[in-house]
Design a protein around this ligand. Structure first.
Ligand SMILES: [Zn+2]
Length: 105
């Protein structure tokens, strides 16, 4: 079964791209963690990418010490991604007929 058929059969329609890049602990530059997949081999050809979350060695170390990034807010790239994810999920969960959130992204 090819990827498109497998994803269609799974019922998945969207996802979160984790490890979308590596945030440099020294300068904050985000660089790719992995080479990009060919379009026919990428889940993002077939699924909506709700948000991309880059990896941060600092956030990982903080989390290992019991300090999640949404508490420390030490890695703005991750804070922004998680806040965007929360807004987008909230908007999707809005009851039918109810106005959706004012997310403008
Ligand atoms: Zn750097």
């Amino acid at each position: 079964m090819n990827l498109a058929l497998a994803l269609a059969a799974s019922g998945l329609r969207a996802g979160v791209e984790n490890y979308s890049g590596l945030i440099c602990a020294h300068c904050g530059e985000v660089t790719p963690m992995y080479p990009a997949a060919a379009p026919e081999e990428s889940v993002w050809t077939f699924l909506e990418r709700i948000v991309s979350v880059p990896f941060s060695p600092q956030a990982a170390a903080d989390a290992d010490q019991g300090r999640p990034v949404m508490h420390t807010r030490a890695v703005p790239e991750q804070v922004t991604a998680f806040e965007l994810l929360a807004r987008r999920v909230r908007d999707r969960l809005a009851p039918p007929g109810q106005p959706r959130g004012a997310a403008s992204d």
